[in-house]
Write a protein that binds this ligand. Structure first.
Ligand code: GN1
Ligand code: MG
Length: 364
């Protein structure tokens, strides 16, 4: 991306200060993100993002959700008299014509938010920071229980397990790259657990599991921490939409409780960390315990299995489709990620009894 072009885009926004530097930021697999540093010490720095509108096809709906959610959280924090609110919720910068995003001449969409000073993202957590993270995600959901309007799904059926399995089946049937023959072992393992892993949709259809506003991408690197390791706020709000709470619990466990990252090709490095699970669960129940139902709480351990499983299904489908969705760096990248996630899934399944016993013990 040409930096001159970025400067042109920035002129559409009511940002303060003079651009000093533009640098790529973070390692998301979907959007492109840049940090914009300004020269003046008393002006904020910014985060500019190109919204991947192949993935998020309804940018209007997407930005509407983000506006409603950040607005609602800000109001709540104000009402609670919270200190330092600008570091606890994202602020989006308006454009010259009063929107929160612009479309450039290449039909690409951009948005700008204020960079939260003295904040960092991390790729791994300690049990202690994981407890704070649990509490923060629980609080995030708790603050959103009374959003006064019904928000749409920014990606329809995003965490619908049955839908993701159908996409994988379609990818196998089409086999556009002739890769299906290499992945028989992975497909067999997925087939063996497919029915069980659709438990959330079954509960929902039986009227036993509500949809609530969730973050739906609670990867550990989608949270900002301060220098002391305290949680500041949750970022990457594109996928905030109605879903099952399993989404937030499960995706955090998938990334934070893995001994390694989803990128690791060495399967012996992969494993589920019980100390992170215990701490996160404790923190999460402390804040979300006030609204969660019995069905929701009792299925949390299974949610920790569901998310590596779903992620494996999604990575594998993308591998078979020729790597059209996730950013990849090498030919087998999505296959490596698939195997990594399946290994994690297997380990969580083995630890389920221990996880359930722990959950029961803290609920006494
Ligand atoms: C994507 O954009 P990023 O990297 O935070 C993906 C998540 C996956 C994740 C896997 C919109 O998140 O659902 O869990 O990659 N987001 C979308 O790393 O598909
Ligand atoms: Mg991200």
């Amino acid at each position: 991306m040409e930096y001159a072009a970025i400067e042109t885009i920035l002129r559409s926004f009511l940002m303060e200060g003079t651009v000093e530097a533009i640098k790529p930021l973070g390692n998301g697999l979907i959007n492109d993100t840049f940090k914009i540093t300004t020269q003046e010490a008393d002006k904020p720095d910014y985060v500019l993002q190109r919204i991947n509108n192949a993935v998020f096809t309804d940018v209007d709906l997407l930005q509407h959700n983000i506006e409603v959610v950040t607005h609602h959280i800000r109001r709540k924090l104000e009402a609670q008299g919270t200190a330092d609110i600008d570091r606890k919720v994202l602020t989006f910068v308006a454009t010259q014509d009063g929107k929160t995003y612009v479309k450039d001449e290449k039909e690409q969409y951009w948005r700008l938010s204020v960079f939260i000073p003295r904040s960092v993202t991390v790729e791994s957590v300690t049990p202690e920071s994981s407890r704070y993270a649990g509490e923060a995600f629980g609080q995030f959901e708790a603050m959103l229980v009374d959003v006064p309007e019904e928000l749409g799904e920014t990606i329809p059926d995003f965490h619908n397990m049955g839908f993701r399995l159908r996409q994988l089946n379609d990818a196998v049937a089409a086999d556009v790259k002739g890769r299906a023959k290499e992945v028989k072992a992975e497909l067999d393992l997925i087939a063996e657990h497919a029915e069980q892993m659709c438990f959330a949709e079954r509960l929902h259809q039986a009227g036993k599991l509500p949809k609530r506003l969730c973050h739906c991408d609670t990867k550990v690197n989608n949270m900002l921490f301060d220098e002391e390791g305290n949680v500041l706020c949750v970022i990457d709000l594109d996928t905030v939409m109605p879903s099952f709470v399993f989404s937030d619990f499960g995706d955090f466990m998938r990334t934070a409780a893995n001994n390694t990252t989803e990128e690791d090709a060495c399967l012996d490095n992969v494993g589920f960390k019980m100390d992170i699970y215990r701490a996160f669960t404790e923190g999460y129940l402390r804040s979300a315990g006030v609204f969660l139902t019995e069905e929701e709480i009792s299925h949390l351990p299974l949610a920790a299995a569901m998310f590596p499983f779903m992620q494996a299904v999604r990575f594998l489908a993308d591998y078979l489709n020729g790597d059209v969705y996730y950013k990849t760096q090498y030919a087998e990248h999505n296959l490596v990620r698939t195997r990594n996630q399946l290994r994690l899934f297997t380990d969580v399944m083995a630890k389920l009894p221990e996880m359930e016993a722990y959950l029961a013990s803290i609920r006494k």
